[in-house]
Design a binder for this molecule. Structure first.
Ligand SMILES: Nc1ncnc2c1ncn2[C@@H]1O[C@H](COP(=O)(O)OP(=O)(O)O)[C@@H](O)[C@H]1O
Ligand SMILES: [Mg+2]
Length: 264
């Protein structure tokens, strides 16, 4: 199972990624959490100590590895390289682990555009395409709004694509743009999670504006979440209410995915 989380900056993607990673890990899944943001901070939301997080080598910085695996030098135009780099052993060597969650950090993935075949993208794509095997494994990718570098083949391998949205026109606008991109890439299961909602009217705003998306739930505004961030605490452990909401979203996601596969 591969879950990707996208949305406007600051909407709550990293918070949700950490919460879902913990929820799956608690249920006995082996979770591979991928931080695909240039300013990676998923480690913090998982409560991984700063010193440990700093020891993780971002995948994109592994020039030698990328060159070895793809046959091309990162950041250099031209040259031929294989698009199927071997990635099976990357997690062990370049990750931090806690409570059944293995964290990988992508670093800056250059390029964009659906046709981008830069070596860093090739590694990201290969990670997504090959990482997942067993039934008891879940990949959770904390992305930014730029989903186009996923590429078509990889995007189709995403089982659930969660778009986070805050009550606000700009956030809704970004959500719609992301969904268009996701559809162009052939991603099937797009879901919405409402974030930082305060009260029924704000929830309704999201429901009304994104009425054709299935909504997994709402991560209501909760000052304890921001407080946990300030203290660098694991959100799931520090804010039981947020953990509870994430568990409900996980259950809803499972319900919808099961329904979808029955309908196929
Ligand atoms: N439901 C929420 N209630 C209150 N604060 C939140 C909530 N979700 C996220 N935040 C806070 O908003 C900020 C941005 O959240 P973050 O998860 O880092 O967003 P993103 O990864 O989308 O940029 C952080 O300080 C975080 O603690
Ligand atoms: Mg983030």
């Amino acid at each position: 199972m591969k879950i990707a989380i996208s949305g406007k900056g600051g909407v709550g993607k990293t918070t949700l990624s950490s919460l879902l990673a913990m929820a799956y890990a608690q249920d006995g899944y082996q979770v591979i959490a991928i931080d695909a943001n240039p300013d990676a901070n998923l480690a913090m939301a998982l409560g991984i100590p700063r010193e440990e997080a700093q020891r993780i080598t971002p995948i994109a910085e592994l020039e030698d590895l990328i060159e070895e695996r793809t046959g091309a030098k990162p950041g250099r135009a031209g040259g031929f390289f294989k698009l199927n780099p071997k990635v099976d052993d990357i997690p062990e060597r370049f990750s931090a682990t806690r409570d059944g969650i293995r964290l990988l950090v992508m670093g800056t993935v250059k390029g964009g555009g659906a046709g981008c075949v830069c070596p860093e993208s090739a590694v990201l794509r290969a990670l997504l395409a090959h990482l997942l095997v067993g039934r008891s494994e879940v990949v959770i990718m904390d992305m930014d709004a730029g989903v186009e570098h996923l590429g078509r083949g990889t995007a189709r391998g995403v089982d659930a694509f969660i778009i986070m949205v805050e009550p606000g026109q700009r956030s809704v606008h970004t959500a719609l743009a992301i969904r268009r991109l996701a559809q162009d890439l052939g991603i099937r299961n797009c879901y919405v999670v409402g974030s930082k909602t305060r009260g029924e009217a704000e929830r309704q705003f999201i429901t009304d504006n994104l009425s054709d998306f299935p909504i997994l739930g709402f991560m209501d505004y909760n000052p304890d979440i921001a407080e946990a961030d300030l203290k660098g605490l694991n959100v799931y452990e520090a804010v039981p209410q947020a953990a509870h909401t994430a568990r409900k979203m996980k259950a809803e996601l499972e319900r919808l995915l099961a329904q979808g596969s029955r309908d196929d």
